[in-house]
Design a protein around this ligand. Structure first.
Ligand SMILES: [Zn+2]
Length: 301
């Protein structure tokens, strides 16, 4: 690109000073017309466009103190930059505040939903526990000694449609357990201090036999399930036979084959019917013709 002045278009000679503006070069002649001399003038040009210099020339009042002018320009630019920075900061702050607002809103919404779900679950659990306690009452459950925690945990263990047939407290291997017979299984529940809930179950159809022994105060129950014998001790002597009986009854109920609802009426054979009609004829109730007609019908002739 040719080295020409952006204002007058003259060629800038090799040894002539060149004034570089932010968007073009101007020669010394045009710079002087605007009052711009070397030194501070060169710096001044960096801050301005060709159009800025042209405006100064056209205004007819060239710059008289280029150093002061440069200082003023620098300060103005600095002030402008600071203002922009402040505005940017303000905008950023606003965006941040807005984001925080959105986040907080989302968080509180989530918290609310979580709380609602918790309340609902608590309600469901309480409802289920009330149903279980009603079933206890109906079954005449009398001894739940030391198994309060286990009872409270039942809504999380029993199926929604599972019905408690009997319950009692006892010990298995020295640990206090809640023993439960439902319409599906026999359960031993132990809620320890260090670990969570532990339970073992024997499905009713796996129970081979149930026995109980009675002592003076306490009794025990043993359940045979395949090769395994589960022994429950420290059961009160009153509840031991009731539990054993409840398990037997529940098992029989559980494994009872499905009975057909309609009772099949005994089917009479064609021969039996023919004999009946024959005796009616013999007794003179039917004529020979009537008997023959019936006989043809029955034999499909
Ligand atoms: Zn020029």
């Amino acid at each position: 690109m040719a080295n020409t002045c952006s204002i007058c278009g003259n060629k800038i000679k090799a040894l002539e000073p060149t004034f570089r503006t932010s968007d073009g070069k101007i020669d010394q002649q045009c710079a002087l017309k605007a009052g711009i001399k070397g030194g501070a003038g060169i710096d001044y040009c960096h801050f301005h466009t060709v159009q800025d210099i042209r405006d100064i020339i056209e205004s007819g009042s060239p710059i008289t103190d280029i150093k002061a002018e440069l200082k003023k320009e620098k300060e103005q630019q600095k002030a402008k930059a600071n203002q922009e920075k402040a505005e940017q900061k303000k905008r950023a702050k606003h965006v941040k505040a807005k984001q925080k607002e959105i986040t907080n809103e989302a968080r509180s919404k989530q918290k609310k939903m979580l709380n609602e779900a918790k309340v609902k679950q608590k309600e469901t659990t309480e409802k289920k526990l009330a149903i279980i306690q009603d079933q206890f009452k109906a079954a005449g459950v009398s001894n739940l000694f030391g198994t309060k925690k286990e009872v409270v945990a039942l809504p999380g263990i029993l199926a929604d449609n599972e019905v408690v047939k009997y319950a009692t407290s006892g010990t298995v291997n020295g640990n206090t357990v809640l023993m439960l017979c439902t319409d599906m299984r026999v359960l031993f529940i132990d809620k320890g201090l260090m670990y969570g809930i532990r339970f073992t179950e024997i499905p009713l159809d796996m129970v081979n036999s149930v026995n109980y022994q009675k002592g003076l105060i306490l009794g025990s129950i043993s359940i045979v399930n395949g090769a395994v014998i589960t022994q429950i001790n420290s059961v009160t002597k009153e509840t031991a036979p009731i539990m054993a009986d409840a398990i037997k009854k529940a098992r029989n109920e559980f494994i009872k084959p499905q009975q057909t609802v309609t009772q099949a009426t005994p089917q009479k054979s064609t021969a039996d019917e023919l004999r009946e009609f024959k005796s009616l004829m013999d007794d003179g109730i039917l004529t020979q013709e009537e008997f023959t007609l019936k006989k043809k019908q029955l034999l499909g002739l």
